[in-house]
Design a protein around this ligand. Structure first.
Ligand SMILES: [Zn+2]
Length: 112
């Protein structure tokens, strides 16, 4: 069984296996990034631009802004959560407020 991944409501939600699991409006702490000049960006996600799977990670690029410096744009790939076992499809969310390091690309871009 593969993981069924979609964006819903114009990028407001990520749906995994028909459950809405990730919403925007979370504050993400992003380190080692090129989004803005802050060492540790406080990034407010306002929309989901792309979603992808790099098993077991569910990854996404978010549009939004850094609330420290005001820079706005789109992040590189962030891990939004994991599906450890594709057979049960259970989604484990990351904690957005902990520190995340974006990556340039995800191995396997899926979904629309
Ligand atoms: Zn910033």
């Amino acid at each position: 069984m593969t993981t069924d991944l979609h964006q819903l409501d114009d990028g407001a939600w990520i749906s995994v296996n028909d459950s809405r699991v990730v919403n925007v409006s979370d504050l993400w702490r992003i380190a080692r990034h090129e989004f803005c000049t802050c060492d540790l960006a406080d990034f407010l996600a306002e929309g989901i631009v792309e979603v992808g799977v790099d098993p077991p990670n569910i990854e996404a690029r978010f549009a939004g802004q850094c609330i420290q410096c005001g820079e706005s744009g789109v992040t590189d790939w962030l891990t939004a959560g994991r599906v450890i076992n594709p057979d049960d499809g259970e989604f484990y969310s990351v904690v957005p407020e902990s520190v995340h390091i974006p990556r340039k690309r995800t191995r396997l871009a899926a979904a629309e």
